[in-house]
Write a protein that binds this ligand. Structure first.
Ligand SMILES: [Zn+2]
Length: 113
């Protein structure tokens, strides 16, 4: 289950970042996850809650923001939402497209005291 290793990575990153932010306790962790990273937000939340139970992060919650997969056409520069991993320009039907977003997996903020 790769959500568990992602949850562990988030925990490690938060524990490293806490002193840097002058925080001793964190309540809310904002994360952005691209739909292309195929992370199930429910599984991630579940894994996170299980892993923090005995740590200094116990009681904190993940605020997960899913980022849609967007691509831009190389031929006509149209930017569009790619659904079902299909990268075909809706305007000119070219498949020469560059990924704009969808691979994010990052911590965007920490809330605590
Ligand atoms: Zn196009």
């Amino acid at each position: 289950m790769h959500e568990l290793s992602i949850a562990q990575n988030i925990i490690d990153a938060v524990q490293t970042a806490l002193p840097e932010h002058g925080l001793t306790r964190v309540e809310r962790i904002g994360v952005r996850i691209g739909t292309l990273s195929s992370v199930d937000p429910e599984a991630l939340t579940f894994g996170y809650q299980a892993l923090i139970a005995e740590t200094s992060l116990a009681g904190s919650v993940l605020a997960i923001e899913m980022i849609e997969t967007r691509a831009r056409c190389r031929r006509c520069r149209e930017e569009f939402v790619a659904t079902d991993f299909v990268f075909v320009c809706p305007k000119c039907e070219s498949s020469q497209c560059d990924l704009v977003s969808g691979q994010e997996l990052e911590i965007v903020y920490l809330e605590g005291e």
